[in-house]
Design a protein around this ligand. Structure first.
Ligand code: C5P
Length: 397
């Protein structure tokens, strides 16, 4: 039986975690609960004791508790650690490794998958300090469950409501998913750089984060993952990273490895053109203009589509304006199975940010239209969609 350690902090949404605990118990999870002192002002420990059928942990100094080891015992042997709701204060404490109560002491001992569900006033969530803390936690492997948009208890409207119970349950269940075991997947990430000379290049605004999130989600679910990347982000654990720079290099690496793959996700922003001429030495500044001739790069996804055997092919369509029509055309033209479309002209989605809002098109049309989510969640949901495709089971294992 998988074991969940549920951390509850002091937000008005704490009552929703009662339902989360109850639902997960029905799904076969053993649930233990640790609460902050503030959380007990919103929901009594007795309520959580009732749904979890275990004593609830709050105070490391409580009579009868062994203050030396309780926090280590709580973290030991668990399969998932969920903090919901997570207040700005606890997020800050977790980000900086403070250990001033039982919940935060316990957190430092956790080595199991960790899920964080922030809930707070939109202004507090939006504050650079909170955002920086969330980025830190995400970089350390926490899965963030994106808060929902709506009216808050205080009357403010915006992003900050605790995610729905179903989303929290799904995020915890996702940490157990091993549906990609035996599958080989290749993901491309980042914007290609097309050199003009040894110093200058033509590039684009892709950070590579979407591709990294997709690769990490696949590895967590058991896939053997190759990440062909132009981004110099830290290499995710257990993933083979092949660094490349230009579209041509990316093309050569991907085509050479194509036969052995079950799924290829082209999340990279591949330059359509490269300078016709590449100077061997830095081109000197003159008072004249500089006219650069561009020649087309190979279209990697198109070639993969042409040579497709059993592989599932997923492309991206980063567009400005309505991306859906473009995605439908791309799917057919490139013989892809899914196209992930996003409008990169909207702030907060697409390039250089941690969040994305995507729509996904398959041969029958629109198959998914998700709200603004962390890239990690988009990656996780994308694999659920891919694993549900009829072709998915058909490839060689
Ligand atoms: O229409 P466009 O070529 O921009 O389609 C984008 C999709 O095609 C993305 O998945 C991108 O990674 C891929 N692509 C490619 N080779 C190119 C250009 C784009 O594989 N030269």
């Amino acid at each position: 039986m998988p074991t969940l350690l549920l951390g509850v902090t002091g937000g008005i949404a704490a009552f929703k975690s009662v339902e989360v605990a109850s639902r997960l118990r029905k799904l076969g999870w053993e649930v233990h609960v640790v609460m902050t002192e503030a959380a007990t002002r919103f929901v009594t420990p007795l309520t959580f004791q009732g749904v979890s059928r275990h004593p609830v942990h709050v105070d490391q100094w409580a009579a009868g508790s062994d203050s030396g080891i309780e926090h280590i015992d709580l973290a030991r042997g668990i399969d998932c650690f969920l903090v919901a709701p997570a207040t700005a204060h606890t997020i800050a404490r977790l980000a900086h490794g403070l250990a001033d109560d039982l919940l935060t002491m316990t957190a430092l001992g956790v080595r199991a998958p960790m899920v964080l569900a922030p809930a707070m006033n939109p202004k507090m969530l939006d504050h650079p300090a909170t955002q920086a803390n969330l980025r830190l936690l995400e970089a350390r492997g926490w899965t963030l469950v994106t808060p929902a948009v709506g009216e808050m208890a205080c009357g403010d409207v915006g992003s900050g409501r605790l995610a729905e119970v179903e989303d929290l349950v799904a995020a915890v269940e996702a940490t157990r998913l091993r549906d990609l075991v035996g599958k080989r997947v290749l993901v491309s990430a980042g914007g290609t750089r097309e050199p003009l000379d040894p110093v200058r290049y033509l590039g684009n605004r892709s950070s590579g984060r979407m591709g990294y999130a997709i690769a990490e989600a696949a590895a967590a679910r058991g896939a053997t993952v190759t990440l062909v990347s132009t981004a110099r982000l830290p290499a995710p654990a257990g993933i083979e990273v092949v660094p490349v720079e230009t579209a041509q290099e990316m093309h050569d690496v991907i085509l050479a490895r194509y036969d052995g793959q079950d799924v290829v996700v082209m999340a990279a922003a591949v330059a359509d053109y490269r300078p016709a001429e590449r100077y061997g030495a830095k081109r000197k500044k003159t008072t004249e203009g500089w006219t650069v001739e561009l020649v087309p790069n190979p279209d990697i996804l198109y070639e993969l589509g042409q040579r497709k055997q059993h592989q599932i092919l997923v492309g991206f369509a980063a567009e400005t304006g309505d991306p859906l029509e473009a995605a439908k055309g791309k799917l057919a033209r490139k013989n892809a199975d899914l196209i992930v479309a996003n409008d990169v002209s909207v702030p907060g989605q697409g390039f250089e940010v941690e969040t994305n809002r995507v729509q996904i098109v398959g041969p029958q049309g629109l198959v998914a239209d998700w709200p603004l989510l962390s890239k990690r969640e988009v990656g996780q949901r994308l694999w659920s969609l891919i694993a549900a495709l009829p072709q998915f089971g058909a490839g060689p294992v």
